[in-house]
Design a protein around this ligand. Structure first.
Ligand code: MF3
Ligand code: CO
Ligand code: CO
Length: 276
């Protein structure tokens, strides 16, 4: 297995700053979400806000494992788009849409990565269900993180909950280690088995970012080489945080102040009762 770096105190300080600023931009995006704006408008807002914070938008020109550089500064993934949606002038937010906005800032060489799904206008019951299950899935994954636990514990907690809610977990994309690189080991699967995988150690920094689907879990990449959609074109929702493993648990580096507008609006939502 490839080594997972344990971050130094100095690196952790750098990551705290990048993550805090990425969280602030995501919160600011929440305030502009409404029917009628385009995903290009979201990109323009992120470009300006990122610059104002003295940060660099990591997505622009990022190549990942493919050859095609990502053409914009933020990922905007609407409805059946699982992740890596490309902002465009022609894509206008419609009443009832759900949209994941994924923000990654680079500050002093360190990456801070976070995303949330927002409601555009009035959502359907199905949109609320998949979005709130995705939100809770991330929380349940985070609750597993502490030194001595294993990476498989995270995926198991998420899969058990999401499938129990009659939804599926995307397998093609994972959480990831992060630091001076956007994506580094370990891969954090959002499905799997308890007591499997590598041990979690203090000083590791990684993301958890479950993508939860209404229908089947399979993803398909569109000809633009980036946009990942559900093969059955049913809804998908996602939330992401960057996390530091501490001596006694976890610090959410991308934690927000206050309520996330147009997202944290169903405080009365509760999971469906599971038939036994
Ligand atoms: N932010 C995404 C993640 O959570 C990665 C986006 S890669 C990009 O890992 F090039 F599309 F920006
Ligand atoms: Co990520
Ligand atoms: Co991200």
């Amino acid at each position: 297995m490839v080594a997972v770096t344990i971050k130094s105190a100095k690196e952790i300080e750098g990551m705290r700053i990048a993550c805090r600023l990425a969280a602030e931009t995501l919160s600011a995006v929440g305030k502009i979400i409404k029917p009628g704006i385009s995903t290009e408008d979201i990109d323009a807002f992120v470009v300006a806000d990122t610059k104002a914070k003295g940060a660099i938008a990591a997505p622009l020109g990022y190549k990942g494992s493919g050859n095609v550089p990502f053409p914009k500064s933020v990922c905007t993934s609407i409805n059946e788009v699982i992740c890596h949606g490309i902002p465009s002038k022609g894509v206008i937010l419609q009443d009832g849409d759900i949209i994941n906005v994924d923000i990654t800032h680079i500050v002093d060489g360190f990456h801070g990565d976070n995303s949330a799904t927002f409601y555009v206008g009035t959502p359907s019951d199905e949109a609320i269900h998949v979005t709130e299950v995705a939100r809770r899935s991330l929380e349940l994954g985070i609750a597993e993180v502490k030194p001595g636990a294993r990476i498989g514990d995270i995926g198991a907690a998420i899969q058990e909950f999401a499938e129990g809610q009659n939804l599926s977990v995307v397998r093609q994309f994972t959480g990831h280690g992060i630091g001076r690189k956007f994506h580094e080991p370990p891969a954090i699967l959002h499905f799997g088995e308890r007591n499997k995988g590598r041990r979690i150690k203090a000083g590791m920094i990684f993301t958890i970012e479950p993508m939860i689907n209404v229908g089947e879990w399979h993803a398909e990449i569109l000809p633009d080489q980036w946009t990942a959609v559900t093969t059955d074109r049913k809804l998908s929702a996602q939330f992401e945080h960057t996390l530091l493993v501490t001596e006694d648990g976890v610090e959410v580096l991308t934690k927000r102040d206050g309520v996330l507008e147009n997202s944290e609006i169903f405080s009365d939502w509760t999971p469906r009762k599971v038939e036994s």
